[in-house]
Design a protein. Sequence first.
Length: 95
Amino acid sequence: MDAMEREDIMPRVFRALADATEDQLDIILQILEGNLCPADYVEPYLTLKDVASRLGIHASTLARWNVPGYCVNGRARYLLSEVNSYIREKGRRAS
């Protein structure tokens, strides 16, 4: 990556860090410090209530937004990273 490409990516990196949850920042730091291999990390599926709690909003608000999720063993589950991306794309505000 040359200097020009590095300058182009830095605003995206800072924006992603600013939007990251505490859990995500912890994982990022572990990877950067060499304590965790990115291939070894598997993001957990969470309940709507867990996702809402981590984002600091009410679960009913999140449900009303129709965030994308998965059916895992007959129950709705969500990936926090995908919910964050969806919220950003739709221009919603969490916490």
